[in-house]
Write a protein that binds this ligand. Structure first.
Ligand code: JF5
Length: 239
């Protein structure tokens, strides 16, 4: 999979790409991330990438010329997504859809924004990773790359572990425990140590549903009534 990123802070992305899962995926030849700095395409004497907004107001706006020139010089894989808080929400379904493609590209927004002609005539769509404002789209780009890359076959090593997890089934994950069975007086729920796999599966389903209802009721809206999933509910972690 090839992912091209247009950013005036390529070092910010290098940090994340050179660590952990993404480094392994790139070394294995499964992921080809190419970084491009629009500043290298600025032709004015000061190599400026931003300018003051028409109509006045605080802050700077990314100029269209270096962005168009950078993208057109590279002819990157499409779709090209602009990253910014005004975009459509990036979610697990989008990550899954992108993981099935040969590649895509990201353009990191900055400052008070990007000249609207970039969004309208250069990019294919706009993505947001959440309802908050970042200093720039670089952290959002790493979020998108990591969420997609871990779904590319072979990247995780264990393809089953992408299946059973938060959001894969539309619910949050149930709690997980490892040794010791008791830590500082806090015991692992007895059912998980019972060896009764049917009871364990029922407990996990009930806990996933309980958590989702408590923390993310929005994920349950419009779902069929969870009469089946509720089996085993009421069993709370024992002492
Ligand atoms: C940005 C204008 C881009 O803040 C973000 C962002 C939030 N969710 N997803 C991305 O990107 C930086 C800020 C202002 C354009």
């Amino acid at each position: 999979m090839r992912i091209d990123v247009f950013t005036i802070f390529p070092d910010y992305l290098r940090g994340g790409l050179d660590a952990s899962l993404l480094e392994k995926a790139r070394t294995a030849g499964l992921l080809d991330v190419r970084l491009h700095d629009p500043r290298d395409f600025a032709t004015d004497p000061h190599r400026s990438v931003d300018d003051t907004p028409f109509g006045g107001g605080a802050g700077m706006v990314l100029r269209p010329e270096p962005l168009f020139d950078a993208v057109e010089a590279v002819d990157p894989p499409r779709p090209l997504f602009l990253l910014g808080p005004a975009g459509r929400r990036f979610d697990q379904a989008r990550a899954r859809a992108l993981a099935d493609t040969a590649g895509f590209s990201l353009l990191c927004g900055r400052y008070e924004g990007v000249d609207e002609r970039v969004a309208e005539h250069l990019c294919d769509d706009e993505l947001s990773v959440g309802d908050y404002v970042l200093a720039g789209g670089e952290a959002a780009a790493l979020v998108v790359i990591e969420a997609v890359a871990r779904l590319v076959p072979g990247v995780l090593g264990n393809d089953a572990s992408c299946e059973h997890e938060s959001f894969a089934g539309g619910l949050l994950e149930e709690p997980q425990y490892t040794r010791p069975a008791e830590y500082r007086g806090w015991a692992v729920p007895a059912v998980l140590r019972s060896g009764d796999h049917a009871r364990i599966a029922a407990w996990r389903a009930a806990e996933a549903l309980r958590r989702t209802r408590e923390r993310r009721p929005d994920l349950l809206a419009g779902r069929p009534r969870p009469s089946e999933e509720a089996a085993g509910e009421g069993e709370r972690p024992g002492p």
